[in-house]
Design a protein around this ligand. Structure first.
Ligand code: ZN
Length: 104
C-alpha cells in the first residue's frame, strides 16, 4: 500500500509573515491557543462564510444548540475537548455547512 504523499503549498516569506501575524492576533483576541491546522481550517471556514458559501450562525457556549439556518432543525454541537469561539459543523438533517460563532 502506498501512502498518499502530503503536498505542501508554496507561500512566500511575506505571506507566511502575514499569516503568522493573523494567527497571533486571533490568539490574542480569543485567548485561545491554536495550531496551524486548526487556525487555517478556521480562517478558511470563516472566509467561505464571508463569501456566502457557508451559512453563518450563532450559539452560546452555555447552551450548545444550533439552529440550522437552512432547514431550521435544532441540534446540539458535538465536540471533543476545547471548543474555540468559532466552529464548523455540518447539519445532520440537510448537510448544510454551517460556521458557528460561539459566545460565552
Ligand atoms: Zn439543516
Amino acid at each position: 500500500m502506498t501512502e498518499p504523499r502530503q503536498k505542501s503549498i508554496g507561500i512566500t516569506p511575506r505571506e507566511k509573515d502575514e499569516l503568522t501575524k493573523a494567527k497571533k492576533l486571533y490568539e490574542q483576541r480569543t485567548g485561545e491557543k491554536t495550531d496551524w491546522g486548526r487556525f487555517l481550517g478556521l480562517i478558511s471556514a470563516l472566509g467561505l462564510a464571508a463569501l456566502g458559501i457557508y451559512k453563518l450562525t450563532k450559539a452560546s457556549k452555555a447552551n450548545l444548540i444550533v439552529e440550522c439556518p437552512e432547514c431550521g432543525m435544532r441540534f446540539p454541537i458535538a465536540h471533543t475537548g476545547d471548543l474555540g469561539s468559532i466552529t464548523h459543523i455540518t447539519c445532520p438533517e440537510c448537510s448544510e455547512e454551517v460556521v458557528v460563532n460561539l459566545s460565552d
